[in-house]
Design a protein around this ligand. Structure first.
Ligand code: NAP
Length: 494
């Protein structure tokens, strides 16, 4: 049984995080990288016991958790590599031109860490977006200290992972306070963390309500801070006419696989499918219905999520002009999510904001449009999304440039002929999107660019070489990529 932290304990934790920050930020990129890699090793060393505890707490199968842990280890080591490689520092140097009229002084810029970062663990990724997940790894890479609020639905898993981070900190002789782990089942702990004067940024993945509350607290502070919240998304999938005509059956199978994957508990779950009425859509719906009926309900992450799914699904299905196309034919036990597909006309969707909301679980609604103009109208009236997908031939895309432009405007990742579930951890990934998908569409929470969320630029003007940070010294001792007088180079400055 875990104990909630008291406000006094939060105060101590934040003070230690603040003190440790001033030591940790001085450590070299390679010292930070070694620490992050050691966390990965310690996470692995927790062995199958971690998987058993996590599976018991989250109802996720051990095989899925094994994959997720591997992904988390990869994430830690790839962010460690990126940290050391240093491109995220965005080092820029414009050397002095004394004989220019007017003369130019020496100006250099790089990213520096923000300060202690508070991370809220996500229920649907107990490893990859929780205690030693992407937010924690990117904050450490940036040179920030980290305080994690464990997700109450997997508190013991979080304790075990926190133990691995403490051990890594010990091995690497990191300052006390570099990492802290707190519990809180009410909102008081979260509020105390976000509003604490020593907190300088927040990372969150979860509900719109939770993310928005944290964002508002962050902004209402005497000193406002960035709150990077990844919240809801319905990830629309547009089926364009030529592709639908050619591949209706294959598309239906692909979509059902994505909607029901992991009991639909992914932020990239496709909750909205848009197509033009006609015979190809009928074929698509027929296979969609057959396939969904064959998918068994699955136990959801925690009773709160199951309750949320049951209520939101019931609300969506009870809306005027919404038809239920298919429901899993297997009986459901308590806390299980029942795979469900609904359908409505474009006009019904455009007139009813309830149909735009995320139903977190194995649910999707097919929107039937009369023509391409209505599809564009739907795109233009859809809120900010993590992803948009189009199933399309090249002809479809060339013929529908307006739809393509409308979709670019609302999403962070634009996918062609693929489903949105499955988020690769790589530098070119963008996992973010316009509000309300996230609170800041300029940043990603997946891929090493996530480090930039927890750093800010500082410009150093007219400093002598000996006093500059190593990353900006003429000699370039770490051999990092820098933009020197507008050219990207690793060369030293002569
Ligand atoms: P959640 O309710 O947003 O909770 C996530 C974390 O934020 C928890 O630590 C929670 O603490 C805290 N929190 C939530 N609301 C708060 C508030 N108003 N003030 C302070 N702290 C707050 O997410 P969840 O429990 O994982 O799932 C609930 C729903 O979130 C799901 O049904 C789904 O709709 C959505 N969800 C979306 C995504 C996504 O990626 N889009 C992922 C997961 C969940 P407490 O538990 O103590 O409140």
């Amino acid at each position: 049984m875990v104990q909630d932290s008291t406000i006094e304990e939060i105060n101590v934790v934040m003070q230690e995080a603040w003190q440790a920050f001033h030591q940790y930020r001085q450590q070299s990129l390679s010292q930070r990288s070694i620490f992050i890699r050691t966390i990965a090793l310690e996470l692995e060393a927790l062995g199958d016991e971690l998987l058993r505890v996590a599976s018991a707490e989250t109802n996720l199968p051990e095989a899925r958790l094994r994959n997720e842990r591997n992904r988390t280890i990869f994430q830690l080591s790839s962010y460690a590599d990126a940290c050391e490689q240093g491109s995220w520092l965005e080092a820029r140097i414009d050397t002095a031109i004394p004989d220019r009229n007017p003369p130019r002084v020496d100006i250099r810029k790089m990213m520096i860490p923000l300060g202690p970062v508070v991370v809220f663990g996500a229920s649907n990724f107990p490893f990859a977006y929780s205690t030693a997940g992407g937010d924690t790894a990117s904050a450490f890479a940036a040179g920030c200290t980290v305080v994690v609020k464990a997700h109450p639905a997997h508190a013991q898993t979080s304790d075990l992972v926190a133990g691995a981070i403490f051990k890594a900190a010990d091995i690497c002789k990191m300052p006390k306070g570099i990492f802290a782990h707190v519990h809180g089942t009410g909102h008081e702990v979260g509020r105390a963390l976000v509003t604490h004067p020593y907190t300088k940024a927040v990372g969150f993945t979860g509900s719109y309500t939770g993310g928005k509350a944290l964002f508002e607290w962050g902004n209402q502070r005497k000193e406002p801070i960035p709150v990077f919240a990844e919240m809801g998304s319905v990830n629309p999938v547009f089926l364009l006419p030529e592709k639908l005509q050619q591949s209706a059956e294959d598309l239906a199978r692909m979509v059902v696989g994505s909607v029901t994957l992991g009991v639909g508990q992914f932020c990239t779950n496709p909750g909205l499918i848009i197509a033009m009425e006609g015979e190809p859509l009928q074929r698509f719906l027929q296979i969609l219905a057959l396939e969904v009926k064959n998918v068994n309900p699955g136990t959801m992450l925690h009773p709160g999520i199951a309750k949320g799914y049951t209520e939101k699904r019931a609300s969506a299905l009870s809306q005027r002009d919404v038809d239920t196309i298919a429901v899993s034919s297997a009986g459901a036990s308590p806390n299980q999510g029942v795979p469900t597909i609904a359908s409505a006309s474009a006009q019904a969707f455009l007139n009813n904001p309830v149909l735009h909301e995320e139903v977190f679980g194995p649910y999707s609604i097919v929107i039937r449009c009369k023509d391409i103009k209505e599809m564009i109208e739907v795109a233009r009236h859809t809120e900010g999304q993590l992803t948009c997908s189009v199933m399309a031939t090249d002809n479809d895309l060339l013929a529908n440039a307006d739809l393509v432009e409308a979709l670019k405007n609302i999403c962070g990742r634009f996918i062609v002929n693929n489903v949105p579930t499955g988020v690769e951890v790589c530098l070119s990934m963008h996992h973010g999107g316009p509000y309300p998908a996230t609170t800041d569409s300029r940043f990603t929470s997946v891929g090493a660019d996530a480090i930039k969320r927890f750093a800010r630029p500082i410009c150093l003007q007219n400093w002598s070489d000996i006093l500059l940070p190593d990353e900006l010294k003429n000699e370039n001792p770490f051999g990092i990529w820098r933009t020197v007088n507008n050219e990207l180079t690793k060369d030293a400055i002569k």
